[in-house]
Design a protein around this ligand. Sequence first.
Ligand SMILES: [Zn+2]
Length: 319
Amino acid sequence: MKNKVILGVDIGGTKVAVGLVDATGEIREQSRAPMVTTGEPRGGLDAVSRAIDGLFSKLGSRPEIEAIGVCAPGPLNPLTGVVINPPNLPIWHNYPLAEEMRGRYGVEIKIDNDANAAALAETRWGAAKGYRKVFYATIGTGIGTGIVFDGKIYHGHTGAAGEGGHIGIDMQGPRCNCGKRGCIETLAAGPGIARRARQKLATFPKSLLLELAGGNPQEVTSHLVAKAYEKGDAAAREVMLETLDMLAYWLGNVIDLLDPDVITIGGGASLMFRPFLKDIQERWKGACLNPDPMSIPLLPARYGEDAGIAGAAALCEFR
Ligand SMILES: [Zn+2]
């Protein structure tokens, strides 16, 4: 068991990241290559192979691999391993990725979307280890979520369950990329925070936030909001507190629906909320029916940028 490894493959819209993951969830070595997003479907698979070859050449030899786990942009069918029609990966349309990769590498291939996979990695090896009912969210340029019950990803009726980032918290809210209005993703992921901060500047024309953005509201990012907040800026403070309210209200809905044993938060934009996880929990008191929401831990995820690699590997079992 000690030396056994699974190959985790994280396919995104711009790059492929691959890594060898051991039975403790440690990523031993990793590599990446640009993804090819247009042209013949085979070109996309060749890009994946280039990333894997790059990893093998780093190692000096081809390691003994138990299985290959893959996370790819959705929509995809985790049961059949078919990538359906991802908007940011138009090279693949109803593409049988698992079957093609099995043909090329001769080992078992498992596929899922990145948030589901990362949820499983946190459950097996990370912050949610030891918990049976897990809700995981990754907050970055969007909000992805995954639900894990008893060590298994909950896929729902059609395989599309766990899209918690598109739970609406405001029917009159801004239009989300998905077409709905007021999804938590469009309000509280990185770009949503930046957009709300830009609107806020109208009432705080002399804020430090605007200064940090070089005087150009279009340059305001969620990262700058966090920075300005730390320095005591009033506009950034309002944006931050409103974001905590939104996240708490959203998670309150999740708690009323799932009553999970634990909630784990990862993703690049989540780093700005790390100091405020307790504050989000405090806000649950008025945001859900649950009689004891404070007993549900809200924990930072173990995996950061490598969540896709670890997640992909977590889809597979060690023999
Ligand atoms: Zn949405």
